[in-house]
Design a protein. Structure first.
Length: 216
């Protein structure tokens, strides 16, 4: 099977950010009166946008968070990224081998994507071709972001392949009519993840970025 565009999720696919991000969210939410563990954040919110996570928690609490929470979360995540963030192993090697155009489609904000790619030396790989949930109405698992990215890149959805590490991401790619591959090599991996990504519609799953070119 061939394709004309490879769309990468960012968190957990290009950069090994999910353990860091989930930990910071758990600490900050707990401090603001919503006790939650790192594992629970991963289970409930992995792959979804912060905006939608916040909506869900506020509905549950019956009150809105202070706007300061958002700012603090962004600042805390970026500070931790600056100290700890690393690329997913062998992602450079995979990008060297792929001959098709590539882009990023992430639930994170454009600012966060740019910071993560810069910190891990991946900025030049994608240039301006980074797309965020903040540019569309509905984040993953809706197809909006993937369709937006494909349109911006000038490629038909059925000619795209999406690399994702989360169930909402795989569901979104499939809803967009794209082939989806599940990556399970991030530090946040938990047993059963590959099966869950397959059940969501991933045509294959893999744990080593050096394997990616053979699936594209
Ligand atoms: Mg992800």
């Amino acid at each position: 099977m061939s394709c004309d565009l490879v769309i990468f999720d960012c968190d957990g696919v290009l950069v090994d950010s999910e353990v860091i991000s989930c930990r910071v969210h758990a600490e900050t939410l707990t401090r603001h009166g919503y006790p939650i563990t790192t594992e629970q954040v991963a289970e409930r919110f992995l792959g979804r946008s912060g905006r939608e996570a916040r909506r869900e928690i506020e509905a549950e609490l019956g009150r809105a968070f202070d706007d300061a929470l958002e700012e603090q979360l962004v600042a805390d995540v970026l500070r931790s990224f600056a100290e700890e963030l690393t690329p997913i192993p062998f992602v450079d090697q995979a990008l060297d081998t792929i001959t098709q155009p590539v882009c990023v489609a992430s639930s994170g904000t454009l600012k966060r994507i740019a910071f993560a790619l810069a910190r891990t030396g991946l900025t030049a790989r994608f240039g301006p071709h980074t797309f965020s949930a903040e540019q569309v109405n509905n984040g993953k698992p809706a197809p909006d972001l993937f369709l937006y990215a494909a349109k911006q890149m000038g490629v038909a959805p059925q000619r795209c392949v999406v690399i994702e590490d989360s169930v909402p991401g795989i569901l979104g790619a499939r809803a967009a009519g794209m082939r989806a591959l599940g990556f399970v090599g991030g530090s946040h991996f938990v047993p059963g993840m590959a099966e869950r990504l397959s059940a969501a519609g991933a045509s294959a799953t893999f744990a080593d970025m050096r394997q990616l070119p053979e699936f594209i």
